[in-house]
Design a protein. Structure first.
Length: 133
């Protein structure tokens, strides 16, 4: 039984989609659907652990945000590949967006009740252009 003097606060999270735009350049053997699926799986795992209201820390001790640097790191650090084979983000072309139209190359501040879903449909893997091409 719950005592009559007990108080309960109920709050709900607001769904919020954050769009990720980026092209990952890799050596040709890594330009496979499997490699891209692994990158997307890394982002899904990060999303599953992402706290409602975002993370707080170096950018702000009180305002939650989606860290641009962490998304960048997820796209580059595919389980053990870690910049070998010469993996890079094409021209540092990574951007985040609230609406999929206006893109930002910075942390995205979010509301303290936002529950984040990452839209990864704009992430692509391409082979590193060979010299002379």
């Amino acid at each position: 039984r719950i005592p009559e003097t007990a108080k309960c606060v109920v709050a709900s999270a607001s769904p919020r989609t954050i769009y990720i735009l980026g092209t990952i350049l890799v050596y040709a053997p890594y330009n496979t659907p499997t490699f891209l699926a692994q990158v997307l799986s890394d982002i899904a795992a990060y999303q599953a652990a992402f706290p409602i209201g975002g993370v707080v820390g170096p950018v702000s001790p009180v305002i939650g945000y989606v860290p641009y640097s962490r998304i960048f790191q997820l796209l580059l650090n595919r389980s053990g590949v870690l910049l070998t084979p010469a993996q890079e983000i094409a021209g540092n072309d990574l951007a985040l967006s609230y609406d999929g139209i206006t893109w930002y190359t910075a942390d995205l501040v979010i509301n303290d009740t936002d529950a984040i879903t990452f839209d990864t449909s704009n992430i692509h893997v391409q082979p590193i252009p060979s010299l002379g091409s």
